[in-house]
Design a protein around this ligand. Structure first.
Ligand SMILES: *[C@@H]1O[C@H](CO)[C@@H](O)[C@H](O)[C@H]1NC(C)=O
Ligand SMILES: *[C@@H]1O[C@H](CO)[C@@H](O)[C@H](O)[C@H]1NC(C)=O
Length: 342
């Protein structure tokens, strides 16, 4: 037990070191420069200097914000602190999507944080959809190496013409390289950035076993050091974006966050070997042939059963296949808007 604990500690140190030594060169913006409230306006609280914002969930509504513009390729990032204590049933999402513009053929890149009962840590998943490919979930689920409710950490989504990288601080946790076989399932239409907090009682924690308990509300997630880097485009414009975006795409593709150093790649491997507890790439019951973008890592693979879940993962069955049937649509209804799974 002691040895496990100390090697875990070592791993944490390794992860933290990479994080601290190689901070990205980012320019942050104020909330109003880049974003606008999406729903639950009364539950969106700006800081006095306008550079950070809190999203609240109470018994009446969750809340969310959206980027004012849509981007074709970009780097979307924020330092986020999640609600603490009893957070079962809560979903905090940080994602890009264009479901409101391209209803049946939308693209999406997700960070989704799933709350837990007191004393149990937050978990999270990443996912992607291209051109409405919602029947092909590409989820990976993970634990974190820190308590995300104690301090701010930077969560980032890089999306270029060639690759997608999810980062926590400066550690790449997932990389998807575009290949021809992916076809239109590689996100390729302009997307907006969304941040939301909402009641996901019916699935978020242990498959819906634990609901949001409003005795502990309001639940607050906080966002600061906001970054929106990329080419903003009108989603239905006719002008070829290759021309209008060439400069910002060049910037995006050559920025420090587009290049994974050897040290970062090592940290990514460590993270995935220790903290990933589900991957669709190893779920051979679901995909007898792993989707083309999957890179099968033998060290990773041997930890997983053919359900894509850990061999010795005991308590992680909770979210099961639920997400397979799930696709998110944004539903605006009268005086109250929800993000719903349908
Ligand atoms: C950081 O970015 C700014 C503008 O994006 C640039 O002017 C500056 O040279 C960069 N600094 C480093 C150390 O790369
Ligand atoms: C995206 O999906 C739509 C509807 O299913 C389809 O008609 C279209 O051809 C797809 N786009 C590409 C680029 O494959």
């Amino acid at each position: 037990m002691d040895c496990c604990l100390s090697s875990l500690l070592l791993l944490c140190l390794l992860l933290f070191c990479v994080g601290n030594n190689e901070a990205f060169n980012l320019s942050t913006i104020s909330f109003d420069e880049g974003y606008t409230p999406l729903f639950g306006d009364g539950n969106l609280v700006r800081s006095p200097n306008g550079r950070s914002v809190r999203l609240l969930l109470d018994r009446f509504t969750g809340s969310g914000f959206i980027s004012k513009k849509m981007y074709k390729y970009g780097f979307f990032s924020a330092s986020i602190k999640l609600p603490s204590d009893y957070t079962a049933g809560i979903c905090v999402a940080f994602y890009t999507s264009n479901a409101n513009v391209f209803e049946k053929r939308h693209d999406e890149l997700d960070f989704e944080f799933l709350g837990n009962i007191e004393g149990k840590p937050w978990r999270f998943q990443t996912n992607l959809y291209g051109n409405g490919s919602t029947s092909r979930g590409r989820e990976e689920r993970y634990r974190l190496w820190f308590d995300p409710s104690k301090e701010f950490h930077r969560y980032s989504i890089l999306w270029t013409k060639y690759k997608i990288i999810f980062y926590i601080d400066n550690i790449p946790i997932r990389e998807v390289l575009r290949n021809n076989a992916m076809g239109s399932e590689y996100p390729s239409k302009p997307m907006s950035l969304y941040a939301t907090i909402w009641d996901a009682s019916n699935w978020a924690t242990s498959g819906g076993k634990y609901k949001v308990n409003y005795k502990y509300s309001p639940f607050a997630s906080e966002y600061k050091d906001l970054v929106l880097d990329g080419c903003s485009v009108d989603p239905i414009q006719r002008i070829p974006t290759a021309f209008t975006c060439s400069e910002s795409n060049f910037h995006l593709e050559t920025a420090d966050y587009s290049i994974i150093t050897l040290k970062q790649r090592l940290a990514m491997q460590k993270f995935r070997q220790h903290y990933m507890y589900y991957s669709y790439c190893y779920d051979t019951l679901r995909y007898s042939v792993p989707p083309s973008e999957c890179v099968i890592d033998s060290a990773e693979k041997e930890r997983f059963k053919d359900t894509g879940r850990l061999k010795f993962g005991g308590s992680h069955q909770s979210h099961k296949r639920r997400s397979r049937r799930r696709s998110r649509t944004y539903v605006a209804s009268g005086n109250d808007n929800h993000i719903m799974w349908s």
